[in-house]
Structure formats: structure tokens, C-alpha cells
Design a protein around this ligand. Structure first.
Ligand code: G6P
Length: 522
């Protein structure tokens, strides 16, 4: 198992000799912004599990990352081929930007991706919005991504790795033009049960897009099972449950579970860098001036993260167990996200109100129960907060994995902390030594916080040590995934059907043309 990113290069070359490595995602790993100084640019790292997990891999392997150029100064930072080398301090791979118009952003990103697929996959069909213009634009933008990829790999062999729910159709659009490429796709969010996924009017199209990959990866076996069941019933694929493959139109897609992780060393090093102890001291003085324990939460401001449920549990704690007033302080980092969507804006207001009410109810002269930090923090500051916190609380109502759980454990240098982890975060499947909580049960959660705060130090240390020993890193994830992908690519090369779509078909919607596919079947 590789623990060093340098081992990944040889592994990739062994699996895919002479192929270029291309990652494709909606969100880019680096955004350029104009700084306050006139004419100067700054670089920002967008929040979210996808970019934070994949950037260290690309840095280790080199290659290309194709993504939406979402920063206000992005266009000024690229060359004439829309490319820029990143990271800025140590350029090690190429970022190729794809440009989206105002309508694209509204209909493809905020619309179909985040007001349809995201709530559907997080079991919130009540929050979905079905609009034909969202779907139409989703198809168009997927084609734009596919075109960018095709342009970049013209005349070259390549292994293309698509990411997440924004790009379900792009794999088929690429395969139609270049059946010789090997394609994989990782779905970073839950894949819902068939009873939910079939609510999508375009379920069959989405599945066909995804089935064009050689490998479809999910975090958990249950998500892979859900996908296979949908592939069979809604797209008419032939499923081999033992081999975990789905075959459609002569192409076989291997389906597997690969729980993603983090760069453990990055957090460990940041949590013990020079001066960290003094900073921990300052954090305690600032946030918990009366002493006592500190709790931490770090989430995007998203309804899937269960923030109101978390604060309800904290309210129960200070209400039922007044001895924790002034003795337990909670710091919640809530990273602003997708705020142009009503459900996100509503949540943000709800959270503000809830925190204000709790602070008014329990706060004292110089003690505030909850500190809400509504901004994204860099890894070095997060790692210090994680190390300082006696408790980390993750209350997701549905979560593909949740990397914060792993970041907390990696940053616990002193090993005193307790991780309270929602049963409904994918991470709970692996992190069996964490204290599992049910965020729908605020009284139960309050009790678990109290248990954590009263647990003897030796038990806390022993528990955290076991969790640290069990933690596998991002490079193990990649190793598993590359092996599975290499195997799937070899199988599919042997069975590859002849080049199918002509250029004309493609321009007329090719594989998505009306009637080209069977409509949804149940
Ligand atoms: C989740 C998704 C990612 C996404 C991230 C941030 O982790 O799986 O695909 O990039 O959230 O969301 P955003 O909408 O800002 O890209």
C-alpha cells in the first residue's frame, strides 16, 4: 500500500502505460481572484471534499485537471489554450478551464446539479426542482466538458477520470467519439435507492451516461448496490451481481466501493507545526475564557449536514445539564455554499437565528456558548482547531463520506479528543471506533456529548489511538481504485465494440438523440 504520493506515479504507469492522466470535475481546485491591490491576483482553494481529496493526488502524479473556471480572475490567469499551471507556489499539473455562461451556472450548476441531483441523492426529493431548461442545459454543459476533454487528448492515449454528479452524461459523449480511451467515474455523494432515483424523469439517460465508464466508483457498497439495481431496472443493463458489473449495448462497466480519505500527513504536520501550542492556548483564551472543554464542527452550510439538529442537541445539553454552561463551548465553522439557492439561503438564516437564540438564552457576560464562523479556513488553521478541540461533532443527515471526521482524527496529536459521528455519514461504516450518534435524536446526542466530556483520559486516548491506527489515507484509496480501474480497462479493451458514433450523429445529440435510447424502463 502506498503511503507516499511518489509511489502513485509508477502504479499509474503500470496500470496505464503511455496514457495521459486527465481528471474532470465541475469544481476547480484553484480559483483566481482579483486582490485589493489593483491588477494583483490571489488564488483561493474552493471548499469541499472533492477538490481537497484530489489535489494532492494530481500534485503527486502530474497530468491535467479539466474544470469550470469559476473565479472572477480565472480568464486573466490562463494561456491561450485556457490552461494554467498549479498550484501557484509549486506548479505540478495543468488546470484546463471550461467557461460557463450566466445561464449555464443557473441551469446546469445551480439548477439540475444542485436543485435536482444533489437533493435527490441526499434523500430530499421534497427539495428538488424539475425544469426542462435545467436538463437541457445540463446536457449542453456535459457536452462542453466532453469537448474540452476530447480536444486535450486528441491523438493521445489517455485515462480519463470523471468526478461527481455534475458530469453524469460526459462519459458517454467522450466514449462515442473515442472508444479507445479508458474512462472511470467517482460519485462523491450518496447514490440513492431505486425508489428515489426513479423519481428522476431522466433516470435512464443519466444511467446510460454513467454506464459508459469502465469503472464506476462509490464510497460504500450500499451505494454501488443501489446503482446496479437502477442500472438493471431503469436502464435495462444486464447485471452480474457476483462480478459487480453492468453491461449495456455491449459495454461492461465495473462497479465498486472505494471509501475516500485524506492526506493524513498534511493534517498531522499542520497540527504540530512550529508555534501551534501557543496558538492553541490563544484559541482557548479567546473562545473558552472560563476554561472547560471545546467542541468543533466544520461543515459546508448545507442542509445535508444537519446543523439545526446539531444546535438542538447542544441546546438540550446546556438546558438539561447546566453544569456545562461556561464549561463547554462550541465552535462551528460553516463554510458558505451555493447561497444563490433558496434552500441554502433559508438554512443560513435559520442557523443564524438558532445560534443567536441559544447564545442569548445561555450566554453570560463574557462567555458565548456557540461561535459561528461563516467562512472557509485554510488547512493549517483547521488542523490547529481540530487539535485543540476535545470533541468533534458531525451530525450529517446524509453524507457520502465526510472527510472532516478523518481530518479530526489525523490532527489529534495529543489523542485526547472524542469524535461524535453521525450514523448517516459514510465515514461511520469504516470508523467503527468513533461514537456514533443519531442527529434525529437531540436528547440522545446531548447524552453522548456529556459521555464524551466525562470519559476518563486514558479511555479517550486509547479510543483515539485505535482510530488513528485504523485510518487509511488518500493514497490507499487511489491504489485500490487504480487497481480496479486497470483491471476493468483491460477487460473492456478486449471486448471493445467498434467505433460507433459518427461525427454527424454526435452533433445531432449522438448517443442522446431521441429514440437512440430506450426510455426509462421499470
Ligand atoms: C461536495 C460535492 C463536490 C463539490 C463540493 C462543494 O463535496 O461532492 O462535488 O465540489 O461539495 O460544492 P460546490 O457546489 O461549491 O462545488
Amino acid at each position: 500500500m502506498p503511503t507516499d504520493p511518489k509511489d502513485l506515479g509508477p502504479l499509474f504507469r503500470e496500470m496505464f502505460p503511455d496514457r495521459r492522466f486527465v481528471v474532470v470535475s465541475n469544481r476547480e481546485p484553484y480559483e483566481h481572484k482579483w486582490s485589493q491591490e489593483v491588477g494583483e491576483m490571489e488564488v483561493r482553494r474552493p471548499a469541499g471534499g472533492l477538490t481537497s481529496a484530489l489535489d494532492p493526488l494530481l500534485q503527486a502524479l502530474g497530468g491535467m485537471w479539466v474544470a469550470w473556471g469559476s473565479g472572477e480572475a480565472d480568464a486573466a490567469a490562463v494561456d491561450s489554450h485556457h490552461r494554467v499551471q498549479v498550484p501557484p507556489e509549486n506548479p505540478s499539473y495543468t488546470l484546463r478551464r471550461v467557461w460557463l455562461t450566466h445561464h449555464d451556472i443557473h441551469r446546469y450548476y445551480l439548477g439540475f446539479s444542485n436543485q435536482f441531483l444533489w437533493p435527490l441523492c441526499h434523500l430530499r426529493p421534497d427539495l428538488t426542482r424539475v425544469r426542462s431548461r435545467y436538463w437541457e442545459r445540463y446536457r449542453r454543459v456535459n457536452r462542453r466538458f466532453a469537448d474540452a476533454v476530447l480536444e486535450e487528448v486528441q491523438g493521445k492515449d489517455a485515462a480519463i477520470w470523471f468526478q461527481d454528479y455534475h458530469l453524469a452524461l460526459a462519459p458517454l459523449l467522450v466514449r462515442a467519439r473515442r472508444p479507445d480511451l479508458t474512462l472511470a467515474h467517482f460519485w462523491h455523494i450518496p447514490f440513492p435507492p431505486i425508489d428515489i432515483f426513479r423519481l428522476a424523469p431522466q433516470a435512464g439517460y443519466l444511467l446510460r451516461g454513467m454506464l459508459a465508464n469502465d469503472l464506476m466508483g462509490f464510497h460504500l457498497p450500499i451505494f454501488a448496490d443501489n446503482f446496479l439495481r437502477c442500472a438493471k431496472r431503469l436502464a435495462g443493463a444486464e447485471v452480474d451481481w457476483e462480478a459487480r458489473t453492468a453491461t449495456l449495448d455491449g459495454h461492461t462497466c465495473q462497479v465498486g466501493a472505494f471509501p475516500i480519505s485524506i492526506d493524513i500527513d498534511q493534517f498531522r504536520q499542520a497540527a504540530q507545526a512550529d508555534g501551534v501550542e501557543e496558538q492553541m492556548q490563544r484559541i482557548r483564551q479567546r473562545y473558552a475564557p472560563k476554561g472547560g472543554a471545546i467542541g468543533i464542527g466544520v461543515d459546508r452550510m448545507d442542509y445535508s449536514k444537519g446543523l439545526p439538529e446539531k444546535f438542538k442537541a447542544l441546546e438540550f445539553l446546556w438546558d438539561r445539564y447546566p453544569e456545562y454552561r461556561e464549561r463547554f463551548t462550541f465552535i462551528q465553522v460553516a463554510v458558505p455554499s451555493r447561497s444563490d439557492i433558496e434552500a441554502y439561503d433559508d438554512l443560513s438564516q435559520k442557523v443564524d437565528n438558532q445560534v443567536r437564540e441559544i447564545n442569548e438564552r445561555f450566554g453570560t457576560g463574557d462567555w458565548r456558548p456557540i461561535h459561528l464562523i461563516k467562512q472557509s479556513l485554510p488547512v493549517d488553521r483547521l488542523a490547529i482547531l481540530y487539535r485543540t478541540a476535545d470533541v468533534c461533532m458531525i451530525s450529517s443527515l446524509q453524507d457520502g463520506m465526510n472527510l472532516v471526521a478523518k481530518e479530526y482524527v489525523a490532527s489529534q496529536i495529543d489523542g485526547n479528543g472524542v469524535l461524535l459521528l453521525s450514523l448517516f455519514a459514510g465515514a461511520a461504516e469504516e470508523m467503527t471506533e468513533a461514537t456514533h450518534i443519531n442527529p434525529y435524536d437531540p436528547e440522545g446526542c446531548a447524552l453522548r456529548i456529556r459521555d464524551a466530556l466525562t470519559l476518563p483520559a486514558e479511555l479517550r486516548k486509547a479510543g483515539m489511538r485505535r482510530q488513528q491506527e485504523a485510518l487509511t489515507g488518500i493514497y490507499d484509496w487511489m491504489d485500490d481504485l487504480f487497481h480496479a480501474w486497470g483491471g476493468a480497462a483491460a477487460g473492456s479493451a478486449a471486448a471493445r465494440p467498434p467505433r460507433a458514433a459518427s461525427g454527424d450523429d454526435f452533433e445531432n445529440d449522438g448517443p442522446f438523440a431521441a429514440g437512440a435510447w430506450a426510455s426509462e424502463r421499470t
